[in-house]
Design a protein around this ligand. Structure first.
Ligand code: NAD
Length: 261
């Protein structure tokens, strides 16, 4: 890495805690943070996948703690923070990335249980983790929080209504954290991906009609790659985004700004 990239995008000496760190976007983020020189705490409900990713990144010289964690359980989130601090002593970057799509279809069809699980994973987990970690970052006078939201949180949505509500709340959480913790040197931002080629999007991608319809609404006429979301996360993590807080960065090939023509 040359001196410019090292200064603005390097994360040497920084500790990143990422949830959903072994999914499609999470794996790309983990690789990007590791490539920039960070130490990593990878939280995942998929123990074999996180062990494999830890081995892969370890070979490249990255220090990794692979921590099994069901983000729907506050006790496991607390254990995750304790394990991260126990191993590395600090958390400089927190990426709350784990998420599920939840029930499809009309809002009124979702059960109480489905709502609870969706909100626990997609909203309560970032709320709980940021509540634990932002004060630590504030005490050290620096930190960057990145919340993986979605363009579904920026417009009305018939198919994934509950999901959209939770993602809209994450976008507001980024603003609230930015206002609350900015004076202590902590930044908080959200990422709003459009359709990205991961297992999360497989239902749309596997249906030729749905895929075609979606691409016709996207000026770049393609789905995004996990690496393109990870690159935006890397930007938000470090000094390059040092004066950016409370924002939502849309990475969607233009879907949101398009009139569909
Ligand atoms: P993915 O399904 O590959 O990854 C989701 C990750 O969340 C996985 O690592 C999974 O293990 C983890 N996870 C889910 N429930 C969990 C739980 N209870 N405990 C711990 N981990 C749990 O999908 P992805 O596309 O990589 O999704 C990552 C994030 O990006 C999600 O928040 C998703 O909502 C968001 N997003 C994805 C797209 C897309 O098109 N792929 C678009 C917008 C936003």
């Amino acid at each position: 890495m040359n001196a410019f990239l090292e200064t603005w995008f390097g994360l040497v000496g920084k500790t990143v805690l990422i949830t959903g760190g072994t999914g499609g976007i999470g794996t790309a983020m983990s690789r990007a943070f590791a490539g920039a020189g960070a130490r990593l705490v990878i939280a995942s409900d998929d123990a074999p996948a996180s062990a494999a990713l830890a081995r892969e990144l370890g070979v490249l010289g990255c220090e990794v703690l692979a921590q099994p964690c069901d983000v729907a359980k506050p006790v496991e989130l607390d254990r995750l923070v304790d394990a991260a601090l126990g191993r590395f002593g600090t958390i400089d970057i927190l990426a709350c990335n784990a998420g599920i799509s939840g029930p499809h279809g009309p809002l009124a069809n979702a059960t109480w249980q489905e709502r609870g699980q969706l909100f626990r994973i997609n909203l309560a987990h970032p709320l709980h983790l940021t509540s634990r970690v932002a004060p630590l970052m504030g005490a050290q006078g620096s930190g960057s929080i990145i919340l993986t939201a979605s363009i579904a949180g920026l417009r009305g949505n018939k198919a994934l209504g509950l999901y959209g509500i939770a993602k809209a709340a994450l976008i507001q959480l980024a603003r609230n954290l930015a206002v609350e913790w900015g004076p202590a040197g902590v930044r908080a931002n959200a990422l709003a991906p459009g359709l990205v080629a991961t297992s999360w999007a497989k239902a749309v991608l596997a249906d030729p009609q749905a895929r075609e319809r979606r691409l016709s609404l996207t000026p770049l006429r393609r789905v995004g790659t996990p690496e393109e979301i990870a690159a935006a996360a890397l930007f938000l993590a470090g000094p390059a985004a040092g004066f950016i807080t409370g924002q939502t960065i849309v990475v969607d090939g233009g879907t949101l700004i398009s009139d569909g023509n």
